[in-house]
Structures are given as structure tokens and as C-alpha cells.
Ligand binder design. Structure first.
Ligand code: NAD
Length: 371
């Protein structure tokens, strides 16, 4: 079982208290190992030694949304030496963080009151709006805010990101932070799966104030391997949906071509070899091949489990379609890809990795390794 909190939550069933206790112990021991022996653990993270705490403006970090991604990102921040205060509507996951000695709060507003920076990692725009502006939300305290920076890493539509930034621009800080008197908001969605969240190798795409982006870099590099500044508010969210739109179309293109090849008598392994040294080469062919049996360590090699769920791809394509409509941009491929992923979800494959389109939409065949 994975070491992360979420893996433990996912595995929990009502009558499995004993297993739960064991899982919590395992997690606790891992976290204490991280805390005590960071020099022993080979890690890509930026960490702070005991004599060198995180920068003053980043010491108290609030984290809201401790699901598949968020729990792992929060773990990496703890590992890097940040002091965390966390919240989630799932009381089980809060209980587990609490047992690890992490401060937990019942509402987003309580997190806000304890934090210099608050990071959110939530399922959709509606959840983000609720956590920011709902009763006891982050912005509950009139026009005054304790945190100088709010970072939303959820994948949401660019318009909602821009609206929230505009709302926050009307707030002032309870206490001046250096030269800053007003809070900043960054949209900073991520590319990378649950595995990348756990390994701390996410890529952040960041929109908002460039000054705030630079000041927040130690946070990004404790959870990821790269952070790319995209421009003003909403551009991080826009970049993320464009990235996933390109990914969906390339995965479907590779899957369609490989399945056609099989029907025409060319094996997927032969075609993959050709693609990977020709003009069709892409990440979906050479690093995340959708054909079971062709590549080890990718979701297609484990019945499409443990990757980027088709339902998340369908959600991101819906955001891309809505954004294209608003921007009056043409979107024939986005629209077709959205249809395919919606169909896959309806057919019961919503939890399978998005590369399952090869088998479950195109009826492509598995291939043995030695073919
Ligand atoms: P998830 O559903 O596993 O986790 C979401 C968490 O938010 C849950 O713990 C849930 O209880 C909590 N939550 C929901 N509403 C809340 C509220 N009102 N207040 C507090 N907590 C609340 O989702 P995830 O897979 O961690 O994805 C999070 C975001 O990251 C999504 O926007 C997703 O599109 C994006 N993303 C996911 C992946 C992936 O591989 N899973 C990869 C890249 C980006």
C-alpha cells in the first residue's frame, strides 16, 4: 500500500478499524522519518534545516482539500519543514492528519486565521467558490484577511479564477507583510498524476501577480519540479486546460492509429517503434503507451488502474469546451474528445486511466511483451 494519507483513506472500510490503526502508524512513522532524517532520504525537494526555517512570509501554510492530490502535496510541505494547518470536509482524513500532529480546523475561515498562505486543492469550480466565499469560507472576515497569499491549485475554469482574484483585490491585510498591504491570489493548477504529487515532481502553471509567484517559489518547489509563470489572473487555469486538451487529443490520436494498425495487420509494438522514431512520436506513444503489454510501469500495464481518471479528463475537456465557446474559438477536436470521454464514463470506465480509450473505445487488443 502507498505511504500517503489518501491511499489509507481510500482503503478504509467501516469495520476495518484495526487496519486503519496500522495504516495510521505506518504513515506516522514515515512522516517522522521524513522529519527526523531528511538528510538520509534522497529527495528532489527544497528543505529547510532546523537552523534555517522556511522564509518568514511562508512559515504558516494552510491547506484545504486533502484528497488524492492534496494529501500528498501537504505531506511534501510538511516534509520540507513548513508548519501546516489543514481542513477537509472529510473528517476521517482530518483525523489522520491530526494524529500526525498537524493542526486541523473545522472551517476554511479558521485555516485562514492561522495562516500566512492558504493553498486549496479541490475537485471543481463550485467547491473552490464555496471554500472561498461560502459561510465560514476563507473570505468570511469582512474585507480583512490574515493570509497575504491565496493559492488555488485546483483545475477550474479561468473565469472563476479571474473572478476570485478580482474579489480578493478588494481586501486588505489585517497586518502589513513587509511592504505588502493587500493580499494576492494565484491560480496554480498542476500537471502530473497522483504519483507525481507523491514524488514532489508536479509542474505548476501559475497566473496572477509575478511578484507573488516569485515569493511563493519555495512552496512550489517543495511540491513540484517546475513552476511556470503564465501571466495575469486566470492564465494558470487556462494553461492547464489547454495542456489537458492537447493531451486528450494526442492520446486519442495514438490510440486510434494503433487500433487501426492492428486491424490492418500491423502490430501495435511495430507501429509504436515506428512512431517513436518518426513524426508521430509523442508522450502518449513513448512514455504512456495505451496498449497493454507494450510498456511497463504505465496504467495500461495494470488494467488502466492508478493513473489519471477518465472522469477527470472528461471534466477538463468540459472546461476547455466552455472556455472555447466563451472565447469564440473553434473547438472541433475538443468537442469530439469530450464526447469520447463522456461515453467512456457512461460505460463504467470513469475511474480507469484515460489511456483506456484504446481498449474500451477503439477495441484495441493487448499485445504480449515479446511480440
Ligand atoms: P479528490 O476528490 O481526491 O480530492 C478533493 C478533496 O477535496 C477531497 O478530500 C474532498 O473531501 C475535499 N473537499 C471537497 N469539497 C470540499 C470543501 N467544500 N471543503 C473542504 N474540502 C473539500 O480530488 P484530486 O484527485 O485530489 O484532485 C484535486 C484537483 O486536482 C482537481 O481539480 C483535479 O482536476 C486536479 N488534478 C487531479 C489530478 C489527479 O491525477 N488526481 C492530476 C492533476 C490535477
Amino acid at each position: 500500500m502507498s505511504s500517503s494519507v489518501t491511499a489509507i483513506v481510500e482503503s478504509e472500510k467501516p469495520k476495518k478499524k484495526k487496519e486503519r490503526k496500522m495504516a495510521i502508524c505506518k504513515l506516522k512513522s514515515l512522516l517522522s522519518l521524513w522529519k527526523c532524517n531528511s538528510s538520509l532520504v534522497s529527495s528532489p525537494f527544497r528543505t529547510f534545516s532546523s537552523s534555517q526555517l522556511p522564509p518568514h512570509h511562508l512559515q504558516n501554510v494552510g491547506f484545504i482539500g486533502l484528497g488524492n492530490m492534496g494529501s500528498r502535496m501537504a505531506n511534501n510541505l510538511i516534509k520540507a519543514g513548513f508548519r501546516l494547518t489543514v481542513h477537509d470536509v472529510n473528517s476521517d482524513v482530518l483525523e489522520m492528519f491530526s494524529q500526525m500532529g498537524v493542526s486541523t480546523k473545522k472551517t476554511p475561515y479558521e485555516v485562514s486565521e492561522a495562516s500566512d498562505v492558504v493553498i486549496t486543492m479541490l475537485p471543481s469550480s463550485a467547491h473552490v467558490i464555496d471554500v472561498y466565499t461560502g459561510p465560514n469560507g476563507l473570505l468570511h472576515g469582512g474585507k480583512l484577511l490574515r493570509p497575504w497569499l491565496l493559492i488555488d491549485s485546483s483545475t477550474i475554469d479561468p473565469q472563476t479564477s479571474r473572478n476570485l482574484s478580482a474579489t480578493i483585490s478588494n481586501y486588505i491585510l489585517k497586518e502589513k507583510k513587509g511592504d505588502w498591504e493587500v493580499p494576492f491570489k494565484l491560480d496554480a493548477p498542476v500537471s502530473g498524476s497522483i504519483i507525481a504529487a507523491e514524488a514532489g515532481t508536479l509542474t505548476f502553471m501559475v497566473g496572477g501577480s509575478e511578484e507573488a509567484f516569485v515569493a511563493a517559489e519555495p512552496l512550489f518547489f517543495s511540491m513540484g519540479k517546475s513552476a511556470i509563470y503564465c501571466g495575469g489572473a486566470g492564465t494558470g487555469s487556462a494553461a492547464k486546460i489547454c495542456n489537458n486538451l492537447a493531451l486528450a487529443v494526442s492520446m486519442l490520436g495514438i490510440s486510434e492509429a494503433l487500433a487501426l494498425g492492428q486491424s490492418l495487420g500491423v502490430s501495435a509494438s511495430t507501429l509504436t517503434n515506428i512512431f517513436n522514431c518518426s513524426s508521430a512520436r509523442c508522450w502518449s506513444s513513448d512514455a504512456y503507451n495505451p496498449v497493454p503489454g507494450l510498456m511497463e510501469g504505465v496504467p495500461s500495464s495494470r488494467d488502466y488502474n492508478g493513473g489519471f481518471a477518465s472522469k477527470l479528463m472528461a471534466k477538463d475537456l468540459k472546461l476547455a469546451v466552455e472556455s472555447a465557446k466563451m472565447a469564440e474559438s473553434k473547438y472541433p477536436l475538443t468537442s469530439q474528445a469530450q464526447k469520447i470521454y463522456t461515453e467512456l464514463c457512461k460505460d463504467g470506465h470513469e475511474a480507469k486511466d484515460f489511456s483506456c480509450a484504446f481498449r474500451h473505445y477503439y477495441s484495441g487488443m493487448d499485445e504480449p511483451h515479446d511480440q
